[in-house]
Design a protein around this ligand. Sequence first.
Ligand code: HEM
Length: 405
Amino acid sequence: MATPEAMAEGFDLRTLPPAFYEDPYPVYRLLRERWPVRRLPDGALFLTRWADLDQVYRDSRTFTSDKHAEFAPKFGATPLYEHHTTSLVFNDAPLHGRVRRLITGALTPRAIAGMEPALTALVDRLLDAMAARGEADLIEDFAAAIPVEVIGTLLGVPPEERGPLRGWSLAILGALEPALTPEAAARGNAAVSEFLAYLRGLVARRRAAPGDPATDVLTRLIAGEADGTRLSEAELLHNCIFLLNAGHETTTNLIGNGLEALLRFPAERARLLAEPGLIGSAVEEVLRFESSNQLGNRGVAADCEIGGVAVPAGTRLTLCIGAANRDPAHVADPERFDIARHPNRHLAFAAGPHQCAGLALARLEGRVAIGRFLARFPGYALAGPPVRGGRARFRGFLHLPARLG
Ligand code: HEM
């Protein structure tokens, strides 16, 4: 049987047993306690301590996000390679900064607050539809139905054209799993090609009829910066794909993981029902306790030291956010799910120059979706076994069947 001890002893991201996906945290704890800077069989280092992740995320000179060298043998000359190596998240300066400024300029607190009424109306429509049936799959019918609309609106994708977005996004992100199968690579490559073809048409329409640059990210990306720096066609299209993907699965999983955690910890659910004002800190606790993005990556650009271990340039790093967020050196009583936790400085959105550019939007979606769901269906219960996504990087459920009560 795959015990946590055995899984930690032979830890290899490419061959994780089903028990790991069910509950990776005992394995992470053993790794953090015994081998916090752990060499994996493929030569990469796996980091699990909060302080080590924080150091790496904040120092983008020593720790590079550029994936050209790493992804060339993994993906070959394919659409997936072009996509990932052109996305801001997998680049350093100057491309990273140029794209990031264009995106964050349209994700201001004011622009995000302006999205709340439409988001609330969308969530209420979904709740009405579920109430009429009495039972629902909380992922398919609710959690997954929200981010696609929000990001679709952000980029101005017409509602009737949003159907394929989630499938493309899942296929592209699926190809980032530590173990890449030929089928997953084929699905990912087809998704990038179809997505590019779709976006070429969308961009042409937006060039002909620009939107409001204060709120429309696509219009901003097309226009470029005031100093005249424009994105190339490939940079524009691939960063739109990235944005659509970044905001999808992660936020779906925040909502789904939150609804599942409140089922598993009924006392915390009762507490949130009694004090709905705790929704903000409850969302932070879901982000910490069941981080939807569990793994990050960096390359070492210069010889350095991590947690007292000398690490040469050229080493690849996997940063385990799921483990760092439960590090007792940083978090008091870390295995406890506490919706009023304070302080709660987690790394679910990473830290430093690449920290999630959509974090305020993700938090808003989490608060509105989980808060309104609970107010509407305070007695919801499982109607069947939850089905996990089975991914090490993106932690969440495919299905969460529930009776709404
Ligand atoms: C719960 C939901 C989310 C989680 C857990 C999450 C997590 C993350 C993490 C960990 C990173 C850093 C990746 C790295 O550098 O290694 C990141 C980057 C990013 N995220 Fe999110 N994200 C979420 C939602 C969103 C949303 C809704 C958007 C878009 C509106 C978004 C847009 C981005 C962008 C553009 C980056 C790249 C930032 C950069 O490289 O400078 N994310 N996200």
